[in-house]
Design a protein around this ligand. Sequence first.
Ligand SMILES: [Zn+2]
Length: 567
Amino acid sequence: MHDLVVRGGTIVDGTGRERFTGDVAIEGGRVVALGSVQGRGRREVDARGALVTPGWVDVHTHYDGQVTWDPLLTPSSWHGVTTLVMGNCGVGFAPVRPGSESFLIELMEGVEDIPGTALSEGIDFCWESFPEYLDALEGMPRVLDVAAQVPHCAIRAYVLGERAHDTELTSDEIDALARLTLDGLRAGAVGFSTSRTILHRSVHGLVPGTHSRPEELLAIGRAMGEAGHGVFEMVSDGVGSKEEMEWMRTFCRESGRALTFAIAQTAFDPTGWRRMLARADELVAQGERVVPQVPCRPTGMLFGLQCSLHPFITHPSYRAIANLPLAERVAKLRAPAFSAQLLAEEPQTHDRIARALMSNWAGVFPLGDPPDYEPPADLSVAATAAREGRRPEEVALDWLLAREGKELLFAPLANYVDCDFEALREMMLHPRTVLGLSDGGAHCGLICDASMPTYLLTHWARDRKRGARIPLETAVRLQTKNTADVWGFFDRGTLEVGKKGDLNVIDLDALALAAPEMVHDLPAGGRRLIQRARGYRATVCAGEVTFEDGEPTGARPGRLVRGGSRA
Ligand SMILES: [Zn+2]
């Protein structure tokens, strides 16, 4: 008798091959039969009329803290993710010297907008080294598999202490960083990550490693080469520039490791992404493994009265009421005299980036319910204001006050220069790219993109009307085999005999995203944006049903995935 048989579903197996109807049998956590399965299962899942796909593999998340207190790892687990990779963008919580935990918390709070109080209360720092962190993770039961990368900021803080932000390092210090990377990888890290962007800041300024010199990065690369596994992940403003390409090329050559970096279409260089893809093609043609990372929708800032940012958040009148409960703020903002005063003011911030973000009216849209992440240009605040002969600020304020002040405005941060997804589609379908950047668990007050895997099916494979869709079989492959392969998870990512028994049973017709909402369920009452889904009939990890119709079953089959193991 099999442990589990998923019966009669439409199997989209993750390889990209055409869907077929059949059963999936799992035993001992692995797929043992596919097609027509005669034997019964101790447990049977009826998948008739539903899709059966591999579990989603999300390679870009920031659950490094949450993973230590939350066995459910929502929102990602609500969206069918069965394997996630943490420790991206250079931030994380190991290694850490006793007494300097707060520095790493401040970095995570600054870069990823995860409430520091939640992290302080939630994390029980029972480790010092990265290997000890992995051991701690291994001992905690959870619903899905997790894997971790060595964060550059943490090893810099560990080696350099107060000088964590320095760029001039001694060769001994560089050796120490390389040694910690090697130790982390040997213990089972699945990669190393760093940040080279001015967008990532904390109370201490740009994060450690932002301006690291090539000799430091190359030493880390050689350590990765010695370990023989692991992906180098980074977010860099310089990708595409000559200097950056130069060390990236040398890095790939000397380390032999895959290098993945975020690319995006930006307003100041709307076609730069094509150049970057062309450079990636060049490097790949020379035998290097470079993997540009792209999301399946624009990284979407959500402006709302409960969020970290909205167009009035620095206005003096708003600041005066900012700490009132939401209902009272809404009442004030609805009062004509108060709103007239507010609308007569200007944002009071000297932060040019924040100011530009908050008043880019042609790039702010109503998100709506169900949420629309590909809204046409004529729905923007600017277009609506022009049509109605009003000021954009009036329109934005009206929208923010809808649904008792819980309405969210969608302000795409990148990849939406032309107000549609054609650039994104080309990036997603480029043979060198990998899907990522959901930032699951992060940006709690401003962004909620952990739902990207669900959106890939609802929008790209099913609903898109403003341009071509992506065939279902391709969409599934992008979020399963493709992501799994880049990180070396060769035991999963497809539904084939011998692979891990991770899968989703999805009612594609019913599959839908709820509107994001703000909740206060983090430790210390910390807030976060969450987003739920409907239509996942079941999620299975290692042959155990972890979610049924969106509700956790109580099963905790998730494990730590260690890189380099030949499982
Ligand atoms: Zn990130």
